[in-house]
Design a protein around this ligand. Structure first.
Ligand SMILES: NC(=O)c1ccc[n+]([C@@H]2O[C@H](COP(=O)([O-])OP(=O)(O)OC[C@H]3O[C@@H](n4cnc5c(N)ncnc54)[C@H](OP(=O)(O)O)[C@@H]3O)[C@@H](O)[C@H]2O)c1
Length: 329
């Protein structure tokens, strides 16, 4: 009796593998359109009563995720940096909410002092935290220095996320099983991790490379955080959204947008896997994985970026210690 289902699942896996190998088929709206149908995706479950913090909630994927989670009843804290845009986001989310709380917190994640104070405020404000979604980010075409002197790509994508996560760990542990979901990028597949070249100098700065290295570093850090805190009931996931039609992609990659734009996913589809993960049952699925379209994905696509598990662990340890020093945590 189970054979037809097995055959269908096998066919879905085979088609998924072909799509995944093709990059364009996988990352554009073609991927989720085919996978949704073959794998019979159902709406992510209701998350009423779960408390979630989302950074970068004023635009693109973060706003789409906030709307989807609020529609499913989550209590949300939307983190934005601009008061007007943040209030606008709250109104947008409120319009689709089914009744959970929607609070706003302001912090520029390029400023680690503001990140530290954000963490403190959240610890005071929340009595539990089920899901932290580290989503905020931008591809910066010109070299920009953050207030604390670091290059801004690294601050926003890595140091701020590290500092916020570390700051909220006591609450995440107290609320366990809980999870942290970080939005990386398929661009990270182009870069091998190296702590020595992670931070680009003003002289050799290339925004696309700086962004891809920071996104690869998120994957390495997620592996290490899972190793350290997974046993305490906090699971760490990293998601890449494919290519989605957001203001961030338009401003960060204008030429790419002109060429591939017609095939971009909607922000809602780009945010789907993060929303789906946020709603999974307690302790499932296993942490420490990279996801696209509701399936775990390999960490490498290009041979020169490959690391053994032992190398990944060593890099994760070194990166964790480096982030601690850089953020004074
Ligand atoms: N769209 C894609 O195809 C794609 C692909 C791969 C990865 N991603 C990743 O997905 C995440 C969301 O990007 P998106 O495409 O949705 O772009 P987006 O529409 O530009 O949204 C980015 C969000 O991050 C916030 N943000 C940026 N810098 C910040 C800072 N210094 N402090 C606080 N908030 C900050 C923005 O706030 P403001 O509204 O104030 O600007 C905005 O809410 C990013 O991490 C991005 O790298 C996106």
């Amino acid at each position: 009796m189970s054979q037809p289902i097995d055959v269908r699942a096998g066919a879905a896996t085979a088609v998924d593998a072909v799509l995944e190998a093709s990059v364009v088929g996988s990352f554009t709206r073609i991927g989720p359109a085919v996978r949704r149908r073959l794998e019979h995706w159902v709406d992510p479950p209701a998350v009423a009563g779960r408390t979630m913090v989302i950074t970068g909630a004023t635009s693109g994927l973060g706003l789409a995720a906030a709307c989807a989670l609020s529609r499913r009843g989550a209590n949300l804290v939307l983190v934005g940096r601009d008061p007007t845009r943040s209030e606008q986001a709250r109104r947008t989310v409120r319009a689709v909410s089914t009744g959970g709380r929607i609070d706003v917190e302001l912090a520029d994640l390029g400023d680690l002092e503001q990140v530290r104070r954000l963490g403190e405020r959240l610890l005071e404000r929340l009595d539990r935290l089920d899901v932290l979604i580290n989503n905020a980010g931008a591809l910066l075409r010109t070299y920009t220095r953050a207030p604390d002197g670091h290059e801004l790509t690294i601050t926003v994508h890595l140091l701020a996320q590290f500092a916020l996560t570390q700051g909220l760990l006591p609450l995440l542990e107290a609320s366990a099983p809980s999870r942290v979901i970080t939005m990386t990028s398929g661009g990270m597949y182009t870069q091998k991790f190296s702590l020595g070249t992670l931070v680009m100098s003003e002289d050799d700065y290339d925004g696309t490379v700086a962004y891809a290295r920071a996104k690869r570093a998120q994957v390495v850090l997620t592996h290490e955080l899972q190793r350290r805190f997974g046993p305490k009931g906090v699971d760490f996931h990293v998601v890449h959204p494919g290519w989605a039609d957001t203001p961030g992609v338009h401003s960060g990659l204008p030429t790419f947008t002109k060429v591939v734009g017609p095939l971009f996913r909607t922000p809602e589809v780009g945010a789907d896997t993060a929303v789906w993960l946020a709603g999974q049952p307690d302790g499932e699925p296993e942490g420490g994985q990279l996801w696209l379209d509701r399936r775990p994905r390999g960490l490498y696509r290009l041979p020169w970026t490959y690391e053994s598990e032992a190398e990944l662990t060593a890099d994760g340890e070194a990166l964790y210690e480096w982030c601690k020093v850089m953020t004074a945590h």
